[in-house]
Design a protein around this ligand. Structure first.
Ligand code: NAP
Length: 478
């Protein structure tokens, strides 16, 4: 296939494309065909990537910020120029529709642009101590070799959201993309190579099994930073492993986003926002609206309109014309969604549309709306699919209490025509991000991250680069 012709399927270590010890198939979930075979790295090769990143760190950390920024800027430009090709790679290995994939590529590229601009704005302080006995100099320096681990749902954006700030700060990295979607990461590494990233600054490994190789890397004293995006379950394992060497950790974990529609909300706007918040990426987003809490005054209207909109979406292979809902990343993931819906229905959930896996090939699951009571089990976990459970609420206070009754706290959505009321509700929600009257708020210029078990640290915005910087205080006798 043309889009794969210039794509390497090898590992990238110390500026060289190399074979591993075996290969692993990458599958298109829309038709379950094998679209590529990628190289698997040995544990020894994982350590070679650490050797390379450690060697390169000395000079990369000293490279002028403007030079680091210009390389990232060039990578941004190449990504935008080649966004159609990248979108097709994403759609074919991940299953999402082309329009979502294109949106992801442009969003992903923006992290390179944003951090190319941040590279030259790393600041410090120069102060007189309160007693006047010295000067306080505070500087920031790159933390060092960083391990970056990314999930399959946004294979481009989750990689650039880490690589961008790391390189801008002067760190060198080892990227471990998800096994389901390595091709997008490989394409991004090729772009960084073309943009002029020196050998060893970025390395890509693909160990299998993943756990033991990553544990070995985290034991290596040269690795000082871990940036992980993925499930809370794997995040907990990694935090424990990182604790042995007190490695700095940034964790972007699972979500269970509540979507609150208050009694004075404009129902049509709320439905349009709900469609975006729920259906972008086929619902496979940590920011996906997972639980809808709708005021009793407008609940019927909202449910009817959302059911009609979701029921009318065209489900088809992501790269086919007019597709609005693509395949899940794998049949295994699709079956998880189907099981969640089945257990919700067994507990009294009422299916308004969808609710059944189609027969035939491909990891498809239809857009589904459920009407449920507030104790339905589907509200307790991340669905990661196109399923919208709706709960009727009696007051703002009840909606807030239900929204906060979870160990997650990544993002919440509030719809209301009264901004004061919406902000009061937003301030009561236990989440790192709140969207008011908007279905998507992710922005490379804003801090992304969660409260509670949704994570530690922030990516993007002014905070994102801090995850890759150490603060140093120098006290000077004057
Ligand atoms: P996952 O199963 O946690 O995997 C994420 C990454 O961790 C993959 O690269 C995976 O590699 C690797 N991994 C798995 N087990 C590991 C271990 N024992 N040690 C080290 N690495 C290990 O998550 P996923 O299914 O790919 O992604 C879905 C999850 O990501 C959802 O929970 C979603 O909410 C979360 N997410 C969060 C954000 C955020 O910003 N908060 C953004 C996107 C996604 P293999 O593929 O080789 O197993």
């Amino acid at each position: 296939m043309l889009i794969f012709m210039q794509l390497s399927t090898q590992l990238y270590i110390d500026g060289k494309w190399v074979n591993g010890v075996s290969t692993m198939p990458v599958t298109n979930p829309a038709d379950e065909s094998v679209i590529a075979n990628v190289q698997i790295s040995s544990e020894e090769q994982c350590i070679q990537a650490v050797d390379a990143a450690h060697r390169a760190f000395k000079s990369w950390a000293k490279t002028a910020p403007r030079v680091r920024g210009e390389i990232l800027r060039k990578a941004f430009e190449i990504m935008v120029a080649e966004s159609d090709r990248l979108a097709e790679i994403i759609s074919r290995e991940n299953g999402k529709v082309l329009s979502d994939a294109k949106g992801e590529v442009l969003y992903a590229a923006e992290f390179f642009r944003w951090f190319s601009e941040e590279a030259v704005r790393i600041n410090g302080e120069f102060r007189t101590s309160p007693s006047g006995d010295k000067r306080i100099i505070v500087t920031k320096q790159p933390i060092g070799v960083s391990l970056l681990i990314t999930p399959w749902n946004f294979p481009a954006a989750m990689a650039t959201r880490k690589i961008g700030p790391a390189l801008a700060a002067g760190c060198t990295v080892i990227l471990k993309p998800a096994g389901e979607t390595p091709l997008t990461a490989l394409a991004i590494i090729q772009i960084l190579e073309r943009a002029g990233v020196p050998a060893g600054v970025v390395n890509l490994i693909l160990p299998s099994p993943t756990g033991p190789a990553i544990a070995k890397i985290l034991k290596d004293p040269r690795v000082v930073n871990l940036s992980f995006t993925g499930s809370t379950e794997v995040g907990r394992v990694l935090l424990k492993e990182a604790a042995d060497r007190v490695i700095r950790c940034s964790m972007e974990l699972g979500g269970n986003a509540p979507f609150l529609v208050l009694s004075d909300a404009n129902v049509d706007d709320a439905v349009a926002g709900a469609l975006l918040a729920k259906m972008r990426n086929g619902g496979a987003a940590c920011t996906a609206a997972n639980r809808f809490y709708v005021a009793k005054e407008i609940a019927n209207d909202f449910t009817e309109k959302l059911t009609k909109a979701m029921g009318g979406l065209k489900m088809a292979p992501g790269t086919s014309a007019g597709a609005q809902l693509g395949a899940s990343v794998s049949v295994k993931e699709r079956n998880k969604i189907a099981e969640l819906v089945e257990s919700s229905v067994a507990a009294g959930g009422d299916v308004k549309t969808g609710g059944k896996s189609p027969a035939g090939t491909g990891a498809f699951y239809p857009a589904t709306v459920l009407s449920v009571k507030n104790n339905n089990p589907i509200l307790q976990q991340e669905i990661f699919g196109p399923v919208a459970p709706i709960v009727i609420t009696n007051s703002d206070e009840e909606a807030i209490e239900l929204a906060n009754a979870t160990e997650f706290g990544l993002i919440a959505y509030v719809y209301s025509s009264n901004l004061k009321r919406a902000i009061r509700v937003a301030e009561s929600l236990e989440s790192g991000m709140v969207a008011i009257n908007k279905g998507v708020i992710s922005d490379p210029a804003a801090p992304f991250g969660g409260f509670k078990q949704s994570g530690l640290g922030r990516e993007g915005g002014f905070a994102g680069i801090e995850e890759f910087l150490e603060t140093k205080y120098i006290g000077v006798e004057i």
